[in-house]
Design a binder for this molecule. Sequence first.
Ligand code: ZN
Length: 375
Amino acid sequence: MEKKDEKKENREIRYKNRMRIARTIAEAGAISKNEIGVRLGLSMPTVLQCVKELKEDGIVMESGEYGSTGGRKAKVLSIAGDAGFAAGMDITKSHIAFVLVNLNKELVKKARIRLPFSKEYSYYEGMGDWLRVFLEQSGEGKEKILGVGISLPGIVDQGEKLLVSSQALGVENMSFKQFERIAGYPCQVESDVNGAAYAEFYGEGRDGVYLALDDTVEGAVFMDGALYGGDSRKGARFGHMKLERDGRRCRCGGRGCVDAYCSSQALLGEDPGLEVFFKKAEAGEQGYKARLDEYLEYVAAASVNLRMAFGCDVVLGGKAGKYLKGFRRELDRKVEKYDQLDLDLSFLRIGKCQPEMSAYGAALKLVDGFFGEGL
Ligand SMILES: [Zn+2]
């Protein structure tokens, strides 16, 4: 009996070491066996054995040699990107975006299809069909697909694979377990703002908060390499921090919230689209410049509040965030006015704001999970 336990224990240790080594290679991008041993405090025979197994499984490969310092040249180890893939899907009212991400976290394929959202079973089937087409076109075998990360516009319950509520889709308690059965792949759900934040901060090795300036203002907190949800996923609701006492009426029923001043809807009012709005503002057209100026004032105040609360990088994203790149100087001037404590404003960044960011982040979580516990 004792012997059996010992065997089991050894197997678990070996498994853990393999996992730690694969993760170290994934994080480093390229690394030598020696360096792995130093970083993880493992003996050379252990490193050699684990690397051998990882190579046999096709997860790790040799991608060259380091320059010689005398003696044998050290081999460069890296992750074999095409050993596995994660799919990501971002669901919106009228479209679905698909992405495919390899084990090196590279986005290798993307597509966007029009599929109006509905609560009917046929919608799950439609999603499943498109997912199959997308994956088939990638040419990768089913056994290489780790799973599907689904980004949803609302509050999600990851354990139950449930979209708890979504204002954007007008739906409550929509389960994705049924979709998982139809799709035939393990699925994970994530809120779109968390997906985008994950894509923004993952692998940077630093904390950050994300302020999504979309039709509504949403937020996310990335801390110690993971997303922070708060009690019952109630954290990071930056859209309802107060900017003005007795200010504008907010959709939450309160007054003076960030959402009432910084959402793309608050900026646009009756105007039809952001692109036209920002062009007119850039051209200095009467009224538009003043509205943008006021908008930037509130975005600056909200950003500085977040900086004071968290003390880390603040990234602006979302539909409206994308356009702020062209108005960085104006924004900085306002941030400077509100922030008396920072010597430079490099903490504030405009995000990548790519349309497929949320789907990419949802897929990235699966890749990260693979190196965490999937091996
Ligand atoms: Zn509110």
